[in-house]
Design a protein around this ligand. Structure first.
Ligand code: SF4
Length: 460
């Protein structure tokens, strides 16, 4: 993925018998790829919540002094991209909510497809919003339920049963309970880990590894887990199917994470092998677009017998392009981000491997870069089938108009990008490589068939 696609966030939560601010910091570091615009930590210090959140990367927002101020042995953390709501301080999370008899902090990953109607209804009831995030809508719903009951499970269940869309979230209650919940269709990942001193929840298993927690299991779609001195859980919300986001497997999740029992690295390698089965190309070398194309390029290389080499080198000090919030930022960073290794590409027929094409703006520049370094032919292999529809479940794919594959043939896209051949994964091949039943996956951006009702809004 060499393009600007925002979306996703990362959530983390821990309940221990020792200070946990440093653990949350480490967990957020491991989830940094899921959100680089803002981040935050909330802890329970024994009597109330302490929260620090700000714009920027985890390493920029927190230093020793800030972490020392986050006292307590229970807490949650969050890294954020903007999907619903802009890239603003007010929208940084954990979202903190305080009202008479209510204090909660909330971290959210996903996108509510009924956000507008829920917000309208709450505003009609006199509730005042200070941000434009889904997290605030959920916080209001929970606050409302808390005025009726003290049973945390019932409160969260009643609040979440009003939501539609994708969410994996963590909540820290005013009395120090860590709550984790996942939507009934299971769009986004969420897992549970255990250490000697307590329990951990995180968006990805890589964050459990970062705090040396043992992976226990994934939190089930529709399940609510409450952690204090012990773990209690109930399957609270029913879905008529599952809809795990295929894009987590293809691109978003870390290659060293496990999602729905599948090692992400292995899925990406299988995608490469499948591409080799589908496309037998006459090429001299297989070149990945770093870093996301690497495991798939390896799979293609192994299965095709063609040598893989790092023909493109990434400047690791330039942020991933897709997190840049403006088009201007995106354009300028492409030039800074990659350079070609002339000795590998000059005079060669190249199989160039990437995970997906969204707008097609950067892949076009990478093709130009390779040509000016002397590449003879460029054959592009893409492990995600053509993206033709927007995502309303947490990934900020643009409108149909901006999606290069929407309404165009592969031949037209190939010309626009400027490559000699364009070879997309098929939907069947993708499902086979992921290894889950078709009906357990969301593929809406590939098919235009959404697994949840989408509120009336601009469908592009
Ligand atoms: S529409 Fe695409 S990106 Fe969005 S949840 Fe479904 S598979 Fe994932």
């Amino acid at each position: 993925m060499s393009e600007l696609v925002k979306g996703k966030c990362g959530v983390f939560g821990i309940a221990s018998d020792r200070e946990i601010a440093l653990d949350i910091y480490a967990g957020l570091m491991a989830l940094q790829h899921r959100g680089q615009e803002s981040c935050g930590i909330a802890t329970f210090d024994g009597s109330s919540l302490r929260v620090h959140r700000d714009m920027g990367l985890v390493g920029e927002v927190f230093d020793d002094k800030k972490l020392q101020g986050l006292l307590g042995n229970r807490g949650i953390g969050h890294v954020r991209y903007s999907t619903t709501g802009g890239s603003l301080f007010e929208n940084a999370q954990p979202f903190y909510f305080k009202a008479p008899k209510v204090e909660i902090a909330l971290g959210f990953n996903g996108n509510l497809t009924n956000y507008n109607s829920l917000k309208e209804r709450l505003e009609e009831e006199g509730r005042i919003f200070t941000s434009t995030t889904d997290a605030e809508v959920i916080a209001h719903l929970i606050a409302k339920e808390l005025s009726k009951s003290n049973d945390v499970f019932e409160v969260v269940k009643n609040a979440l049963s009003q939501l539609e869309g994708a969410y994996s979230l963590t909540i820290l209650t005013g009395d120090g309970k860590v709550v984790a919940a996942r939507d009934p269709l299971g769009f986004r990942p969420l897992c549970l880990g255990k250490r000697k001193d307590g329990y951990v929840v995180a968006s990805e298993t890589a964050a459990l590894d970062a705090v040396e927690a043992e992976f226990v299991r994934e939190i089930e779609p529709g399940e609510i887990v409450i952690i204090d001195d012990k773990v209690s859980s109930k399957k609270a919300l029913k879905g008529n199917r599952r809809a795990h986001c295929m894009f987590e497997f293809v691109y978003f999740a870390r290659a060293d994470s496990i999602f729905e029992g599948k090692d992400i690295y292995d899925v990406r390698e299988r995608l490469g092998k499948k591409l080799a089965e589908l496309y037998k190309l006459d090429v001299d070398v297989v070149v990945p677009i770093p870093d996301s194309g690497r495991s798939t390029a390896y799979g293609y290389s192994v299965a095709s017998g063609k040598r893989m080499a790092e023909g493109l080198i990434k400047n690791r000090y330039v942020y991933r392009t897709f997190i840049m919030p403006t088009v201007k930022g995106r354009k300028s960073s492409v030039k800074l981000k990659l350079n070609a290794v002339r000795s590998i590409v000059k005079g060669k027929k190249i199989a160039l491997v990437d995970d997906s094409i969204v707008r097609g703006t950067t892949i076009n520049k990478i093709a130009q870069l390779l040509r000016s370094a002397g590449a003879k032919e460029i054959h592009l292999l893409i492990s995600c089938p053509p993206i033709i529809s927007p995502c309303y479940m947490g990934i900020d794919f643009p409108t149909k108009k901006e999606l290069i594959a929407s309404g165009k043939s592969v031949e037209e896209i190939k010309k626009e990008i400027g490559v000699d051949s364009l070879n997309y994964m098929t939907i069947e091949g993708l499902i086979e490589a992921i290894g889950l039943p078709k009906n357990n996956l969301c593929t809406a951006c590939l098919t235009g068939e959404y697994p949840v009702k989408i509120e009336k809004r601009d469908l592009g």
